[in-house]
Design a protein around this ligand. Structure first.
Ligand code: NAD
Ligand code: DAU
Length: 329
């Protein structure tokens, strides 16, 4: 199995999952080790995988690695909305050109591909509705990040239809858990508290996300790899929606701090109001269900992980906060 982007948050957790649940698999892991990639996330399994420091923008490296694999799981991406607003260029190169290179390689060697995508391709939902995205929702991305992910999904769909490439797509809601870069909402707030700073909430904090534990995302990917129908898209989500103020209050309470001990800061331009996925197809067709049904318990475990693993996140923290300070956030 070739895992692209396997030194990032979800990819590294997926590599741990595969090693744990499918110890007989040979894992090749390709990662460019951008600011978001961290080889030390692979420390517990490093002797059991083949790590290749390489780039999905490099068609030759993909040709060689895809030829040597049966299955490819494609996580590699520029993943942070705020960064895409500042400089969209690497998003176009990695998310679009990188996915194109990979599709050409899997087409050449007739390999099975699973493409990891996001609910952000559908744009956002009104705050005051019960509506949820489905596999049939219209693509309507807001940010440069979401637009490049939408484009990558479209490339996969076209390669399935026109060239018969054997591929599936999953669009997951927001993930949280161990090894997530401190630029993202939940780890930023946990590590702010651990560092003695106040959490920072954009705008009024009304924006709603559906929080899914990374291990639940990865069991969904595993189920799709085993039993998903070729050419199909599956939406993944825990069903646990919360606005950003609620999440920060919960983190503060779990960390023994007053629930209102946070700052409201400058909002993100074009900030999507609400994401929520209808994951019924995945649940009924493939029997998937989230193990982390209780967000508070999942968050407590995540807080505990960051508390115990300062060696992992502290080296990223100052530079990340400096970037946010320059944005007034
Ligand atoms: P991440 O930013 O933590 O990790 C991305 C990884 O890709 C890093 O290790 C980075 O070094 C690597 N990478 C970047 N550019 C590369 C390139 N050109 N060649 C090779 N490797 C490269 O991201 P993540 O949060 O783990 O997200 C993984 C995937 O899941 C992405 O495709 C993202 O769109 C999708 N996704 C993320 C979430 C979420 O909540 N984090 C939710 C749904 C979908
Ligand atoms: O929905 C899936 C997407 O979730 C993935 O495709 C993206 O890769 C992933 O980054 C995530 O996107 P978001 O933009 O939703 O995640 P982020 O962690 O950046 O922000 C979550 C919410 O919290 C969002 O409403 C913005 C807000 N926020 C974020 C930060 C970093 C704050 O209020 N304060 C912050 O400091």
């Amino acid at each position: 199995m070739l895992i692209t982007g396997g030194a990032g948050f979800i990819g590294a957790n997926f590599a741990h999952h595969v090693r744990r649940c499918h110890p007989g698999y040979r894992i090749i892991l390709l990662d460019a080790l951008t600011y978001a990639g961290n080889r030390s996330s692979l420390r517990p399994i490093i002797d059991h995988i083949e790590f290749v420091h390489g780039d999905v923008r490099d068609a030759d490296v993909l040709d060689r690695l895809v030829a040597a694999s049966d299955t490819v799981v494609h996580f590699a991406a520029e993943s942070h909305v705020d960064n895409s607003l500042l400089d969209p260029a690497p998003f176009v190169q990695t998310n679009l050109v990188g996915t194109f290179n990979l599709l050409e390689a899997v087409r050449r060697y007739d390999r099975r591909l699973h493409h990891i995508s996001t609910d952000e391709v559908f744009g956002d939902l009104p705050l005051d509705s019960d509506e949820r995205f489905t596999e049939l929702s219209r693509y309507d991305p807001s940010s440069p990040y979401a637009a490049t992910k939408a484009g990558s999904d479209m490339l996969v769909r076209a390669w399935v239809r026109s060239y018969g490439v054997r591929a599936t797509i999953s669009n997951c809601a927001n993930n949280y858990g161990p090894y997530q870069h401190v630029e993202k909402f939940i780890p930023r707030q946990i590590t702010n508290v651990l560092a003695g700073d106040r959490p920072k909430v954009y705008g009024r904090g009304d924006n709603v996300r559906e929080w899914t534990h990374v291990d639940d995302h990865n069991t969904a990917i595993d189920a799709i790899l085993r039993s998903g129908r070729m050419g199909e898209t599956y939406l993944v989500g825990s069903g646990q929606e919360c606005d950003n103020r609620q999440i920060v209050r919960l983190i503060l309470e779990l960390m023994g701090r007053p629930a209102d001990d946070f700052d409201l800061v400058t909002d993100r331009p074009g900030h999507d109001a609400r994401y929520a996925n209808d994951s019924d197809k995945l649940r009924t067709e493939l029997g998937w269900k989230p193990r982390y049904a209780d967000l508070s318990a999942g968050l407590a475990g995540t807080i505990d992980w960051y508390r115990r693993n300062g060696w992992w996140w502290k080296p990223q923290k100052d530079a990340t906060e400096e970037r946010y300070r320059r944005l007034g956030r």
